[in-house]
Design a protein around this ligand. Sequence first.
Ligand SMILES: [Zn+2]
Length: 399
Amino acid sequence: MTHDLLLRNVRPFGAAATDMLIRDGRIARIAPDLPAEPELAEEPGGGAILLPGLVEAHTHLDKSLWGMGWREHQAGPSLRDKIDTERRLRKEWNIDPERQSMRQALLSLGHGSTAIRSHVDVDTETGLAGIEGVARTREALQGLVDIEIVAFPQSGLMSRPGTLELLDKALSGAADVVGGLDPCGIDADPKGQLDAVFALADRHGKPIDIHLHEPGELGAFSMEMILERTRALGMQGKVTISHAFCLGMPDRDRARALVADLAEARIHVATVATPSRPVPLAEDLRAAGVTLCAGSDGIRDTWGPYGNGDMLERAMLLGLRNNLRADSDVEHALWCCSWGGAHVMGLEDYGLEKGCRADLVLVEAESVTHAVVSRPPRRLVLKGGKIVAREGRSLREAP
Ligand SMILES: [Zn+2]
């Protein structure tokens, strides 16, 4: 089924008002005063800003508590406490990955995210149930939102025998990306974990996205091992480091040298712009040419009560965290939440030019920066030219 549509009076990324014709799910013409055609649906834009579909490039669809009523948060202070609490509550609270991923994906779609990269837990207790649940949601939402699944060994890889085999199985099935985390801090076996992760990626021909919370020199040590393996296997452009807190270390020269190495190996960085931890500086990455994408991370899960899936809000948080004030800098924060994520996910024909897929968001604002700081409800969201959300809510009802 094709979705032809004439969008009237819209401003692509804040440019002058124009009309946009969408044919067969793609942007076919951009010009003012395009002629009306019988049978061609029209949508008035009212001079609103047109953005490409936003990209939620780092989240955990399988573990949100969205729609389950408010739950008191009780996760302990350490990373290990949070991981163990989560494994326990997953059973006690019946956090069903299929239902919860559907709820969160539709929430995000209402806010204009048309593509999502989700890390999904794989461990010896849950097995592949999380992956299978999110895969069913992906299937059910085909044509509404693109979902990429990272097989994520949240509870450890080398320290939990049996997890490696499960990851291998996940990658033979629904998983698109090999995950990893804190090879020193969680597994205390950086060589073991990283060799295993890169071997899986090499064997399955799939990209890598590693959570790296390790701070300072410890994180830098792991990062150097990731760099080494990326070069050795020719995986330039196919590796993402999520969080990369070590790049927020006080020694700016050391951090910049690491950023230069990331640029050379074409390794991407995903950030949440968390206010509570050191984070990689957006300006350093931008200056070096490292692609920075952004995500919500966990939304209302057992780790914490925050998050709402709004990538305009994430752009604002990125701006606040990096002290971005000039409009052009705030626009770059939004770039990270759109083009940056699309680049990392390898989305083809992404953008606002003729020929691009018509994944579009209409938001009422005077400028792009105004949209980021005021975050009005998304008036319209299109996926492949089809209207999938209006006034901040997806047209598909959540379970
Ligand atoms: Zn995460």
